[in-house]
Ligand binder design. Structure first.
Ligand code: F6P
Length: 332
């Protein structure tokens, strides 16, 4: 056990959209921190709680017992408008000073890391980021907490929809979360045998849909699953389905918007373990005098990536999965 020379008290919080596995990350940060003789403070409701002085002082190992299997985040989260203002950030800084916080661990997505970076440049607060979002859209890590659970939730929902789609010979347009990223829609689409997946990163899916509707639907399939990432187009799956229904009035078209059920549920093994690894890695990073970095996973190993890079660069999507989906659907 070590006692770090500079840091004594560390705060941890969750921010932005919640994701299953965030609790496992809070638990790992708390316990790895305590094991290294840090004092751990939780901040409730993200940056908003930091501004409003909503702190959970001196968390102990028992305070994070029994939370790992629960979805959501027991510290709660928020998308804070106040933190976008300098006045809000100043208040937040005063509260960190009041509680004598030496470093902060933020569990969240791109938006949260951008806020952390601005804050740290203004007030010199050291941050460590842990990637948590069901979107899996962050640069520098293969994996974000919550993605695997959300994938499984989507898969289970689509499997059920497929039963009724096949019974009635209908085409279902299924809208999946992901305002700027198609990772969730694409991978779940491969897992569910979707005919076509619409994602924001690609523009030519209408051609594939046309081929499916004009040829495959009539000749071999007679039902279909079309996945649509919510960020693919304004109007989402509903607008696309309406357009298709107008062109093909004889086809039974239905829409299912999966919505926020994708953000809930008990985390999978993958999410619990990844969150635990990254939580411990965040404490390790502080012990190594790191600041303003994200801990992530690359090829199943922990990596450290500067927050400035994470927020600036875009993650490339898995075009191999897209190729696989097209290939599988081109077979006769
Ligand atoms: O970033 C995660 C995410 O779930 C996106 O996929 C979705 O577009 C967004 O959050 C919805 O956020 P909220 O429900 O907080 O408005």
């Amino acid at each position: 056990m070590t006692m770090h020379k500079e840091f004594k008290r560390i705060a941890v919080f969750t921010s932005g959209g919640d994701a299953p596995g965030m609790n496992a990350a809070i638990r790992a940060v708390t316990r790895a921190g305590l094991a290294n003789n840090f004092e751990i403070y939780g901040i409730k409701r993200g940056f908003q709680g930091m501004i409003e002085d909503d702190f959970f002082a001196n968390m102990k190992a028992n305070d994070v017992s029994g939370i790992m299997q629960q979805g959501g985040t027991f510290l709660q989260t928020a998308r804070s408008e106040d933190f976008r203002t300098y006045e809000g950030r100043e208040k937040a800084f005063r509260n960190l000073q009041k509680h004598e916080i030496d470093a902060v661990i933020v569990i969240g997505g791109d938006g949260s890391f951008t806020g952390a970076l601005i804050f740290s440049q203004e007030f010199d607060v050291p941050f460590i980021g842990i990637p948590g979002t069901i979107d899996n859209d962050m640069y520098g890590t293969d994996y974000t907490i919550g993605y695997d659970t959300a994938l499984n939730t989507v898969m289970q929902a689509v499997d059920k929809i497929k039963d009724t789609a096949q019974s009635h010979g209908r085409i279902f347009f299924i809208e999946v979360m992901g305002h700027e990223a198609g990772a969730l829609a694409l991978k779940a689409g491969v897992a569910c045998g979707a005919e076509v997946t619409f994602i924001p990163e690609v523009q030519d899916e209408e051609k594939d849909l046309e081929i499916f509707l004009a040829e495959d639907y009539k000749t071999k399939k007679r039902s279909g699953i079309i996945m649509v990432a919510e960020g693919d187009r304004p109007g989402g799956a509903l607008e696309l389905a309406n357009k298709v229904q107008k062109e093909y009035p004889e086809i039974g078209v239905r829409v299912s918007i999966l919505g926020h059920m994708q953000r809930g549920g008990s985390p999978t093994v993958t999410d619990r373990v990844a969150a635990t690894q990254m939580g411990v890695a965040a404490i390790d990073a502080l012990l190594d005098d790191q600041k303003n970095i994200m801990v992530g996973l690359h090829n199943e190993k922990i990596v450290r990536v500067p927050l400035s890079k994470v927020v600036k660069l875009n993650r490339s999507f898995d075009d191999n999965l897209l190729y696989i989906q097209k290939l599988i659907n081109s077979a006769y």
